[in-house]
Design a protein around this ligand. Structure first.
Ligand code: FAD
Ligand code: NAI
Length: 466
């Protein structure tokens, strides 16, 4: 029977990164994965394929609508969807092979099959009707999450799809009905709108992107509407009927009332994700879950069962790949006797649309709710030279700083490249920096990042270009 220092169940960004860090620290490590390829949701059906399609569809739209105004004359681009899907698959394959390489490089054993925890120090791995038991000093559960289902709506991944089906549609739907104005709905809605779909988004709440700063979300909604998105807020899907020609979706006001019928060719259900613990044997092994089905952990990622830890989407916190990765590193360091740590106050979030939305730290609503006195500095891209010459002026930067100490508490951006720009704010916040620190840091000209410096200057009411 093989004996390990650490067995990690799941090879998403949480699991494989944890395994690599543990191997770097000298542990003998194995990973268990039930999927044919490594990399988890993120690499196979999440972050990476969605970004490949976002990139390709953005190029398509740029070629169709933006080249001519810059004096680049091309004939109208034609969509070759199978080739675009090949481009996506090549991206997936490249990244997945990269994880295989990392496992080999770090001498991590890959055990293919479903992992089940038999108790402290024992994991059963089953595949194709056969099973083996491996012994290990420590176990990390990194089994991620699965799509949340809507009662009474059956996902067939052809006409009624989750994000997984929406990443592999065989033709562009004439009418795409998106249920949920969260990150997936707006990213994948953008992909298909750019490729020619009419997109309507139905959202239960009275706003899009709950959790993001309200003012940013409002402006972003207006930008999306200009692009052709239609929104039906404060509404819910209660049923879908199908005939040979179309899907008939019943949409009711969130508070109840008379239903509308909306015709669509494809319905994308993206109303969140739920922790995935099927087949792990947690109950029998004595690993406690919280009231939302997530594996319960203490501040050091330890579960209720000795020697068993959990990280990533299967535990509380934002369901983001980089959060899972940082937890993977932290738990490996803790197991090795070091002081692994994740700063949950500084986890950036990005919506990879055009323009992008990015955020780190507290929103204005959160500061109000907590009764924190704050100052605000804002700067629009319409006043940023680089954005002006590129004619990409949608959006603005918003900085929230503590009214007494000037410490930056939150930064929110809607605008092109916002997902890259947010990191200087994250580093600043990690070091406890102030708006004045940001305002006095020399920023290269001409860059979009100068808008961050100007927003920081605006906290002190002295922006130069506004
Ligand atoms: P996962 O990546 O879900 O991996 C879990 C792995 O465990 C899977 O491979 C699964 O097969 C395996 N597993 C489960 N149970 C067992 C078992 N019993 N035995 C063996 N193996 C098992 N996040 C971002 O930060 N940025 C993005 O741009 C982004 N885009 C996304 C787009 C989409 C469409 C989706 C769906 C998600 C996206 N996410 C994004 C979220 C991101 O994918 C997750 O936060 C991340 O994958 C979580 O990592 P994880 O390691 O916790 O779990
Ligand atoms: P989400 O939580 O971002 O959004 C779900 C939306 O659906 C919310 O606005 C919610 O109010 C709404 N909703 C819930 N029930 C509803 C109902 N019955 N009818 C209508 N609307 C309803 O979840 P989403 O978009 O499914 O994404 C899942 C996870 O994947 C997120 O936690 C996200 O963090 C992660 N992800 C991250 C990405 C990124 O970082 N760029 C990209 C895609 C996903």
């Amino acid at each position: 029977m093989a004996t390990y220092d650490l067995v990690v169940i799941g090879t998403g960004p949480g699991g494989y990164v944890c395994a690599v860090r543990a191997a770097q620290l000298g542990m003998k490590v194995a990973v268990v994965e039930k999927n044919p390829t490594l990399g988890g949701t993120c690499l196979n059906v999440g972050c990476m394929p969605s970004k490949a399609l976002l990139h390709a569809s953005e190029m398509f739209e740029e070629a169709a609508h933006s080249f001519a105004k810059m004096g680049v004359s091309v004939s109208a681009p034609k969509l070759d969807l199978p080739s675009m899907m090949t481009f996506k698959q090549q991206g997936i394959d490249g990244n997945v092979k990269g994880v295989d390489f990392l496992m080999k490089k770090n001498k991590i054993d890959v055990l293919k099959g479903t992992g089940k925890i038999l108790g402290t120090g024992k994991v059963e791995v089953s595949a194709d009707g056969k099973s083996q038991v491996v012994e290990t000093k420590n176990i990390v559960i990194a089994t991620g999450s699965d799509i949340a289902q809507l009662k009474g709506i059956e996902i067939d991944e052809k006409r009624i799809v989750s994000s997984t089906g929406a990443l592999s549609l065989e033709k562009v739907p004439g009418r795409l009905l998106v249920i949920g104005a969260g990150v997936i709905g707006l990213e994948l809605g953008s992909v298909w709108r750019r490729l020619g779909s009419e997109v309507m988004v139905v959202e239960f709440l009275d706003r899009i992107l709950p959790g993001m700063d309200g003012e940013i979300a409002k402006q972003f909604q207006r930008i999306l509407e200009k692009q052709g998105f239609a929104f039906k807020l404060g509404s819910k899907l209660t049923g879908v009927e199908a005939n040979s020609k179309a899907l008939l979706a019943k949409i009711e006001p969130a508070a109840g009332g008379a239903a509308d019928t909306i015709e669509a060719d494809v319905v994308l259900v993206c109303i969140g994700r739920v922790p995935y613990t099927n087949g792990l044997g947690l109950k029998e092994a004595g690993v406690a879950l919280d009231n939302r089905g997530r594996v319960q952990i203490d501040p050091h990622f330890a579960t209720s069962l000795k020697g068993v830890y959990a990280i990533g989407d299967v535990v509380a916190g934002p369901m983001l790949a980089h959060k899972a990765e940082d937890e993977g590193v932290a738990v490996a360091e803790i197991i090795a006797g070091q002081a692994g740590h994740v700063n949950y106050d500084v986890i950036p979030g990005v919506v990879y649309t055009t323009p992008e939305v990015s955020s780190v730290g507290k929103t204005e609503e959160e500061l109000k709710h907590a009764g924190v006195a704050y100052t605000v500095g804002k700067f629009p891209f319409t006043a940023n030279g680089r954005s002006k010459v590129n004619q990409t002026t949608d959006g603005f930067v918003k900085i929230l700083a503590d009214a007494k100490t000037d410490r930056v508490l939150g930064v929110h951006i809607v605008g092109r490249e916002a997902g890259e720009m947010i990191h200087e704010a994250a580093v600043l916040m990690e070091f406890g920096g102030s708006a004045e620190d940001l305002a006095r840091t020399c920023h290269a000209h001409p860059t979009r990042s100068e808008a961050i410096k100007e927003a920081a200057l605006a906290v002190g009411k002295r922006a130069i270009h506004m």
